[in-house]
Design a protein around this ligand. Structure first.
Ligand SMILES: Cc1cc2nc3c(=O)[nH]c(=O)nc-3n(C[C@H](O)[C@H](O)[C@H](O)COP(=O)(O)OP(=O)(O)OC[C@H]3O[C@@H](n4cnc5c(N)ncnc54)[C@H](O)[C@@H]3O)c2cc1C
Length: 373
């Protein structure tokens, strides 16, 4: 490598791009970003499918945030369009609005509910439990057996290959239950998508003379060749950095396939969950979100698997304990060699894109502060 870099950045995902942009803008520092894949934007990567339809390669990304300042920050690099995130779940041969809300309950129990009537009804059917210990107990204590078995039980087994009794209550606990007719998938104040896509947005973010990008290059190939003057930002898997010396941290992955259809839209909304039928958990028609105008469409189907790219950390206590052991090593590595571990792979955590970006902004701030000490 002829050039000297202030920062070596491993991973061209949201975290790598934001850190490079921040140190360039705030300090005029030069960064080299590397990624082992042949594209930037990490798991937010979107591209034009052979059919001409814009697809989300690594699963649908529904961008949302409660923070206006984050929207404004990213707004320097993209225009926004409304998010339009609507999900239905297939049960008993029908499609129900999901997460559960008054409309779901009305359709499921074949009667209309006010918020008070719905609370009353759920109070009758829920299985009270003041201290639920796992996902099954938690959901049963909120909605009772019939709704649990229709919408949660089999989806969770498919997703994790584990029974909800084996999973921490937070796994199913994240999904809200609404006593209104809000059919949107998530509750956040801002539900927006980048008008020209995520790849375009992150591309603009790092379009800077101080930032070089080298794709199809892994950290292992380059670590002895590039010695940055200030720091290394590592957003790859933490266990790989330390040669898996305590063993592998498990990840759940997805086998995602794409199918073209010769019609403008194939399904009524962006996502349909299939808890009870098919091998796949969900079918996604991202065109509902991107609002691209085409006569054809593409649907993606996701089959959970233990092989493939790391997508979801497995929420179990022993994995958290194993991560802690690696984190100790990471803290030492930070002190001794100015390596910063940030992002979902390095922190072994499931975070949404807005949270990854906030984490990256904080990491950039930390790198600058430490360098100025
Ligand atoms: C299936 C799925 C669905 C999601 N849906 C949403 C959603 O709806 N809304 C939302 O806000 N967020 C969603 N997310 C989360 C979002 O993808 C992440 O928050 C975000 O991508 C995290 O950014 P990151 O930079 O930490 O990691 P990543 O995007 O994973 O980027 C890390 C990069 O590092 C590279 N890398 C790893 N190891 C090495 C190495 N040794 N050498 C070189 N390069 C390396 C990888 O190739 C990758 O490109 C979803 C994630 C998944 C998996």
């Amino acid at each position: 490598m002829e050039k000297e870099y202030d920062l070596l950045i491993v991973g061209a995902g949201p975290v790598g791009c934001v850190v490079a942009e921040q140190v360039a803008k705030q300090k005029g520092w030069r960064s080299l970003i590397i990624d082992k894949r042949d594209h930037i934007a990490g798991n937010c990567y979107d591209r034009t499918h052979e059919s001409g339809v814009l697809i989300h390669q690594y699963g649908p990304h529904y961008f949302r945030s409660n923070k206006k300042e984050l929207i404004d920050y990213l707004g320097q690099y993209t225009e926004w369009i409304p998010g339009n995130y609507e999900v239905k779940s297939s049960a008993r041969g029908e499609l129900f609005p999901f997460p559960i809300n008054l409309l779901t309950l009305g359709q499921f129990f074949n009667r209309e509910f006010t918020a008070e009537e719905a609370e009353e009804h759920l109070n009758k059917i829920r299985i009270p439990n003041d201290n639920p210990q796992n996902s099954e107990e938690f959901v049963l204590s909120r909605v009772g057996k019939e709704l649990y078995e229709s919408f949660y039980l089999n989806y969770t087994i498919k997703q994790w290959e584990m029974h909800p009794t084996e999973l921490n209550k937070s796994v199913c606990g994240r999904i809200p239950i609404r006593f209104n007719k809000d059919i949107r998938y998530v509750d956040h104040e801002y539900q927006l998508t980048p008008k020209e896509g995520f790849t375009e947005m992150f591309g603009k973010m790092i379009d800077n003379d101080l930032i070089d990008v080298k794709l199809e290059t892994s950290f292992e190939d380059i670590k002895n060749l590039v010695k940055p003057k200030i720091a290394t930002l590592y957003s790859g898997p933490i266990d790989a950095y330390f040669d898996f010396q305590y063993g592998k941290l498990p990840w759940r992955s997805l086998d995602i396939s794409f199918k073209e259809f010769d019609e403008e839209y194939k399904q009524p909304c962006v996502q349909i969950n299939y808890p009870n039928d098919h091998d796949y958990t969900r079918s996604v028609e991202i065109k509902h979100v991107t609002q691209q105008k085409t006569n054809n469409t593409v649907i993606s189907y996701e089959v959970p698997t233990w092989k493939g790219d790391p997508y979801y950390p497995v929420p179990a206590d022993d994995n958290a304990a194993l991560f802690k052991k690696y984190w100790k090593l990471a803290e030492e590595e930070n002190k001794e060699n100015s390596v910063y571990f940030s992002g979902r792979l390095a922190r072994y955590t499931y975070i949404n894109t807005d949270e990854a970006i906030e984490m990256a902004l904080e990491t950039a701030r930390q790198i600058i502060e430490d360098a100025e000490k």
